[in-house]
Design a binder for this molecule. Sequence first.
Ligand code: PFF
Length: 484
Amino acid sequence: MNINLWRRALARLHIFTKYLRMANNNSGFSSSFGAIMAAAGSAIGLGNIWRFPYICGKYGGGAAIIVYLLFVFLIGMVLLMSEFVIGRRTGHTPMKAYEELRPKHRNWRYVGLLGLITSFLILCIYFVISGWTLNYFWESVSGTLASIADGDFATHFAAFASSPVAPVVCLVIFAALTLVIILGGVQNGIEKVSKILMPILLVLVVLLCVRSLTLPGASKGLAYLFSPDFSQLTTEGVLAILGQSLFSLSVGMGVMIVYGSYLPKNDGIFKSAMWITVCDTAIAILAGVAIFPAVFASGQDPAGGPSLVFNVLPVVFNSMGQVGSMVFGGAFFLLLAVAALTSAISLLEALTAWGAEYGKKRSTSAILLSIILAALAVVAAYSYEGGLLNGFKPAGMSLFDWLDTLTGSYLPPICALLTIIFFGWFMKKEEIHDELSNHGVMKVAGFKVFYYFLVRFVAPVALIVCLVAPLIPAIKELIASIIS
Ligand code: PFF
């Protein structure tokens, strides 16, 4: 009996070590489809579902969507292609990639480091919010949310988010799930899981769209999302839309440099980037169609971010009756969790691959990073409104708010600007052409426009404007105070 137990334990240990060996074996993505699904998985995340629809609704509906399409295809996709070129050309993670491309200007590697730090901080906040999503998925399918009165959702969320145990348990489960997939390796973990999860995500969002559009009064929501109102398109709105287009494609942080290093050698970079941008944009628009008609049909006010997802939408699902709330609420929170998971995977992969390039085994790197990230995420969760550490406010903001502001507004455009300056002004034009054309095998029509017009001028200028414009009122005030 005892011997049998030992045997079983040894067999399990063997499976575990085999699994870890898989994690340490990295030969990149095996197919174009797998590569596109994995990168689209990174791009399609919480931002598509709770930020894009809200930003569009708030800043002029169809008008905002037109501006978004311009930004995402002319600037976001250009950055995506740049990161793919840098990654596939060198086969390295950001720091080493920059170093290899400009060996005499080694300081460029700090741009790579800044991107990795940004990815680290985004992942901390992603762990916290994704944990909340898991909890709400469970509360939907178990019928708990259906039993809450409409006016009580804000209190329910506040009580959950500030409790000392539940958010931590949820975030640890989510972090463990992300880690297990990374430990499966690039092909057997990330690629396989993305090929399964992305179609599920599409089915869920289409199901929710159909339900939302068949509700009486749905047209008001469609009008909010799509009818163009250029008077609402303020400078602040344009900047928010630009920021969203970068965040949504996961560019600037170097994550796509890492995924670029896994791209099959004969894949067309333009084609892959185009597919990823189209999928990301389509899901963002479908998310809007799934959310706003239902919000308006149930007489709610639209909102963005956590308030939309955790306070407004549960009321909408409750208006569909007990079963409706369980099915459609469950489908929605599952959609969010899946979107968050495939994005979290890409962030953890970028950090893991970086650790592996600096001498750690992939498995050790992934496990260590996950422990550190989860620990920091616990501190961030406790610093949320009403939490144990909410009183600790360096420079007037809680840790959660600091992470949210840094990763939401400042670090991604700074990293994106530095990346595009490197690509346009410091990387050799011949090398870019060589990589985009797969060493001369493919014709790259429009390369000159891409390179001179978009990469060297349009993208950097747009990013500089995006970074400087919010500072203008403060600068004006400073000048005024100096003069007077
Ligand atoms: N693109 C993701 C979203 O829209 O939510 C967020 C993200 C994932 C940003 C991965 C950066 C990243 F590297």
